[in-house]
Design a binder for this molecule. Sequence first.
Ligand code: GRF
Length: 204
Amino acid sequence: MKLNERKPRIAVFISGGGSNLQSIIDATKCGILSAQVALVVSSKKKAYGLQRAANENIETLVFKHKKYSSPEEAGEALLKELRAREIDYIALAGYLSLLPASVVRAYCNRIANIHNALLPKYGGKGMYGHYVHEAVLAAGDTESGPSVHIVDEIYDNGLVLAQTRVPVLPDDTPDTLAERVLEQEHKLYPRVLQKLIKGEYDLD
Ligand code: GRF
């Protein structure tokens, strides 16, 4: 990269602990991801991920859709914040709200999400966190693992960019399975973001 070339600016959206946020930040430091985390947006004021961002001197924004009278208004307000910071890409990482349609349209093919199961299985509204792992165990699946996909206007629906498979073990609990999947999430997501930014996926 040339000295004066600007690195793509990513906004990471969170609602919780932010371990994926941390893996993305770490990847920008060691060259796995040539981008800058320029903003962390949280739907919750108390999300620990906000502390992680503060520790790294990354700007944060708590954005509550409910503050606005319509999804359109929320979308306009959010877009304004993103544009003011010249955000190029959005990475959803444990973000529990649905992005307003205007944001999805404005960032078409430039928004990714990580999900903790092998989509298209175990996705959709209400399928997050431990609910996903409980469903995998209840179904008796022998494998699970994270998926990274392009975000469209429906939960967990867009094109799957990459997945990692891990075994489901006979004595797994939702917690032990979550741990195995999360370890792979941290490896997968930064690498997929790098490929997305480099234009290495055929998104047509
Ligand atoms: C991850 O399991 C991710 O796949 C899902 O939400 C969880 C977020 O975890 N979408 P963290 O906040 O990144 O630790």
